[in-house]
Design a protein around this ligand. Structure first.
Ligand SMILES: C[S@@+](CC[C@H](N)C(=O)[O-])C[C@H]1O[C@@H](n2cnc3c(N)ncnc32)[C@H](O)[C@@H]1O
Length: 248
């Protein structure tokens, strides 16, 4: 698979993700993964982290005694994941196209990796790939930002940081008609004595909960539960984020 057909747009952000977002999110994420998923999986079980990024969740789960495989479209993100969790397996692949044999007790996908899958039919392909890789009764947990989240304060917001060796800035815009959000990312990094500028645009889709549930049902998943971050995990994650849990 070439990078043209694989989602590699996080390559320019890999170091920054590893040093900031990946670390910051894991503290609020772990209690939710524990509550929804880990109670169902025996220690030693096999877990696939889809869109695993720089591998902070993989590392935590491996340390808890599970056997981890991580998939991500960004080869640069996986370089950090391999350093963070050297006993785990990592595969550079696209969530829409990966094929793995019936192996896993659970598949997890966090921090909105699947919002980068822009069409419901492609999201359904992801679900079919997950279903094919799960053992009977295997669990699938993932999060998504819903339309209402992108259409609220996310729209027209900005972010950024300045460090000794790099600086970055992003601007977010959301079109409620197409339900497509754009994140315009710029990174400045020190290369020797010169500053190099890198740009990329990340696209996201604001899904409705009901269309995601329908796609899961059509794939064959059972006992689908949808948790609202604001309602069910107050104070830990933002309103308008949903956690989906189901099993094969
Ligand atoms: C915000 S990061 C989240 C990383 C990690 N899951 C976490 O919780 O920190 C989103 C990740 O999804 C990956 N991603 C997005 N679309 C993808 C796709 N179609 N296939 C594989 N990886 C994808 C990106 O490369 C990026 O590493």
């Amino acid at each position: 698979m070439t990078s043209a057909t694989r989602y590699s747009a996080y390559d320019i952000f890999a170091r920054i993700n590893n040093e900031s977002w990946g670390i910051e999110s894991i503290h609020s994420l772990m209690p939710i993964v524990e509550k929804l998923l880990l109670n169902n999986i025996a220690t030693g079980g096999k877990i696939l982290d889809l869109c695993c990024g720089s591998g902070q969740l993989v590392q935590k789960l491996q340390q808890r005694g599970y056997q981890l495989t991580g998939i991500d479209g960004s080869g640069e993100m996986l370089k950090y994941a391999e350093l963070n969790s050297p006993d785990s397996k990592f595969i550079v692949e696209d969530a829409r196209f990966f094929k793995l044999p019936l192996t896993f007790d659970a598949v997890v996908s966090t921090q909105y990796g699947l919002n980068h899958v822009l069409l419901i039919d492609e999201l359904k392909s992801v679900f079919q790939n997950v279903y094919a890789a799960l053992l009977p009764n295997g669990w699938f947990m993932f999060d998504l930002r819903l339309h209402e989240r992108y259409n609220d304060t996310w729209n027209n917001s900005m972010g950024g940081d300045v460090k000794e060796e790099y600086a970055w800035a992003l601007k977010r815009v959301y079109d409620p008609d197409t339900r497509i959000g754009k994140i315009f990312m710029t990174v400045f990094q020190l290369m020797g004595e010169n500053w190099q500028r890198l740009n990329d645009t990340w696209l996201v889709k604001g899904y409705y909960s009901h269309e995601v549930v329908s796609a899961l049902q059509e794939t064959g998943f059972a006992d689908i539960s949808v948790y609202s971050a604001g309602r069910d995990f107050a104070d830990t994650q933002e309103v308008g984020t949903a956690y989906f849990l189901c099993h094969k």
